[in-house]
Ligand binder design. Sequence first.
Ligand SMILES: [Zn+2]
Ligand SMILES: [Zn+2]
Length: 168
Amino acid sequence: MKIKIFNLSDGVHNFNFDEAVKNIELNEPFFGNILVEAELSKAHGQLVLSAKLTAKANFDCDRCNTNFDSTITNTYKMVYLSGMEPEESDSINVTYLPPDADKIVLDDDVRDFALLALPMKRLCNEDCKGLCPRCGKNLNEGDCGCNHETMDDRWLPLMELKNKINNN
Ligand SMILES: [Zn+2]
Ligand SMILES: [Zn+2]
């Protein structure tokens, strides 16, 4: 994913990319293609990129273990400055380009911001009911008949042990 900046006129330019995730070294849980809608504005020799990413990822739900696909989106802004990177620079939204740069390459930033957008909690649904701690049934598919009202977390290990013994 490259944008030629050599002789680019001032103003706003739009670029769309549709790239296989593996081409930018995005591995599991990502799959398929990543879409990048980029808007590059040039003014006074400064370049500002706004990018919107859309990718697909595949997860196992943290609660019920069901495998599901999810759409991952993120947006980021990147300012491109000409010159040497100052030593104390720690901004992740500024990239320094050599004075003779004729293109910008989006791959690394797109990969980083896609990874940042991965959720900490991976739920098939915000309201996923999870598995019954007693019998293991997926409660999204219906109730299992166990009494959940009186369940006390402190007894869970004991209940699981009891289930194991009963099942053997
Ligand atoms: Zn779930
Ligand atoms: Zn149950």
